[in-house]
Write a protein that binds this ligand. Structure first.
Ligand code: BMA
Length: 359
């Protein structure tokens, strides 16, 4: 498989592999190491806080209960932090997220954050798309701009307050304004101009920098694109991004396998080219087959994809406890459990226990 150059990065957080200093630089270097070794860390959204048929227990994880280990990457969602809510949009308490981030870091794993934020105009959720002026007003309207900055400050303070037992900040991947090539979020391609989208990113980064945040590795994650030009159309710039990501789901099961493979190839191919040109890292930031309706999906569909592209990690989405068909990782007794164990055992995938070797 193709291997990325290890150093030569130009992202603001992503400069020196051998003399990593900030928490962000240390995490960026670990991600580069995974990619350079041809390894892919496996990730799951909200993994230890609920699963297919349980919620709120501690010490549980559908991934651990099937593969025998926690995922190497845990994704969390900040949606709600901008409103000072105690829990996120999926009812996960931010105090619990903090505790699990610390636990995941202590076991050698990686934490990542997405952000299904409300908009600062009328507080509507991320999926409110009818108002196509939201991003424009964030950029151009002083009052809305001020409200937006406050939303980002709240996210920044939470991220900046994540510290380990020794008091050091825990590095995390932050992946704002994701799937913007689609049209289902207020920051989508039908909802704002390319210039305004780029300005939204830069403003987010500016506020995080003003807050002194040095533990964030920034991930850019378009939804499926047809080619490199579409992938790069709204790219905010090399100084704002460390990871070239891709969010591509396998919708429709076996009959849509080719559609998924082609979309993953086009999007990860574009991400790989963009990363090579800029000395950045590639990641498969979100994927999955809802309900994992193909019992050998892990080794026959996902593994070949993550082997072909130099993705440092892959994240599958959550196993909802309150929507029986809405899960993307197996659970004990699920049809794909045996195949998932093979995926876990494969030398190309990394789960939490092996992450201590990736420094
Ligand atoms: C979506 C679904 C929603 C959830 C949201 C944020 O893809 O899983 O149910 O609220 O992500 O996690």
């Amino acid at each position: 498989m193709a291997i990325l150059p290890i150093a030569a990065a130009c992202g603001a957080n992503h400069q020196a592999n051998q003399t990593a200093e900030t928490p962000a630089e240390q995490l960026a270097a670990r991600l580069d190491t995974l990619s350079a070794k041809g390894l892919t860390a496996f990730g799951h959204d909200d993994d230890p806080v609920y699963g297919h048929s349980w919620v709120g227990d501690t010490g549980r994880s559908d991934v651990m209960e099937t593969a025998g280990d926690y995922p190497a990457v845990m994704n969390w969602d900040l949606g709600g932090i901008e409103k000072k809510d105690a829990a996120n949009l999926d009812s996960v308490d931010f105090g619990r997220i903090r505790a699990e981030v610390i636990a995941q870091d202590a076991r050698g794993g990686i934490n990542a954050f997405s952000w299904h934020s409300v908009n600062p105009v009328d507080g509507g959720d991320s999926w409110q798309c009818s108002d196509t002026m939201i991003v424009s007003r964030i950029i151009n309207d002083k009052e809305i701009n001020g409200r937006f900055r406050e939303q980002v400050r709240r996210a920044a303070r939470f991220i900046g307050s994540l510290t380990d037992a020794g008091g050091s900040r825990i590095p995390v991947v932050f992946r704002p304004w994701h799937e913007h090539t689609g049209n289902w979020f207020w920051w989508g391609s039908d909802q704002c101009s390319a210039d305004d989208y780029r300005a939204l990113w830069r403003l987010t980064r500016e506020v995080m920098d003003q807050e002194g945040i040095d533990n964030v590795v920034w991930a850019y994650s378009p939804d499926r694109v047809k080619d490199y030009d579409e992938y790069m159309e709204r790219y905010p710039g090399d100084e704002y991004v460390d990871i070239m990501g891709a969010d591509v789901y396998h919708w429709g099961g076996e009959s849509s396998l080719d559609v998924y493979r082609n979309a993953a190839a086009a999007t990860l191919g574009a991400a790989t080219r963009a990363a090579r040109e800029r000395g950045k890292t590639v990641a498969f930031t979100e994927t999955g087959l809802e309900g994992v309706t193909m019992p050998r999906w892990w080794t026959e569909v996902l593994l070949p994809i993550v082997s072909e592209y130099p993705v440092a990690y892959v994240v599958v989405w959550r196993n909802a406890h309150d929507k029986p068909g809405h899960f993307f990782a197996p659970w004990r007794g699920h049809d794909s459990e045996d195949d998932f164990r093979k995926f876990h055992a494969d030398g190309r995938t990394v789960f939490a226990k092996e992450m201590n070797k990736i420094r």
